[in-house]
Ligand binder design. Sequence first.
Ligand code: GUN
Length: 287
Amino acid sequence: MIIDGKQIAASLKAEVAQKVSEASAKRGRTPKLTVILVGEDPASQVYVRNKAKACEAVGIENETIFMSAETTESELLDTIARLNADPSVDGILVQLPVPRHINESKVIEAIAKDKDVDGFHPLNVAGLWQKTPHMAPCTPKGIMKLLSAAGVDPKGKRAVVIGRSKIVGLPVAKMLLDANATVTLCHTRTVDLPSVTRGAEILVVAAGVPKMVTGDMVSDGVVVIDVGMDRDPETGKLCGDVDFDTVAPKASAITPVPGGVGPMTIACLMENTLECFLAHFDGLGNL
Ligand code: GUN
């Protein structure tokens, strides 16, 4: 079975659109997301455009602030401070990566916790690990929703996560653990990775290496979530971290690239923006 991320994302967005419409009528204003892009990275330009399009589709007001690659750290921090203080802005997202002369951690920490739609602020990260109210990061949240939509309950299953990034690997491992899976967190330097991945009933791959997981590395019936967004070095075509052609025949369910995790990340960003909007009226405890 192919897990149709596009379709699952479309139904989540429809749900969010309905709630946005109801909440806007009740509160007398519309949720608003502000995205900041520093520099001209072409991939980032595509990502911020897709975020703006998704906002339009669900009725969330949106604004993208384009700042030049020469923007100083203090100029960016000043812009964030202004948006933190602006009551019409519910969510703030700074597209990563930022240029090297800007300290990424400082930027992430500058965004108000209750406007942090990415869930990257240290207090939101702490909330995930301590099970207190928090904004959940979009990609891991989307992965859990994909599993649920595919009818896969992680409870009691052996889940293997390849990749230990702050954005995907670490938080998705924690979410799988909280869903009562037994989780192995490994990475590209793991010794004898195939012996680990063959034990997986759920395999989440966020390694950033094109087609790294091949058919011989998985067991029959595995559920595979491919977080990769790579270019095939041979064909130049978009591909994932999983070699779809050899893994799909053994998998009971698998996400394609593109059309799997990517659309869910954006749909969850819309949901997070709505949650920030509601929290601004009803308090942070509801996050
Ligand atoms: N760059 C790549 N993925 C992300 C993301 O989820 N959020 C932000 N802000 N930047 C990114």
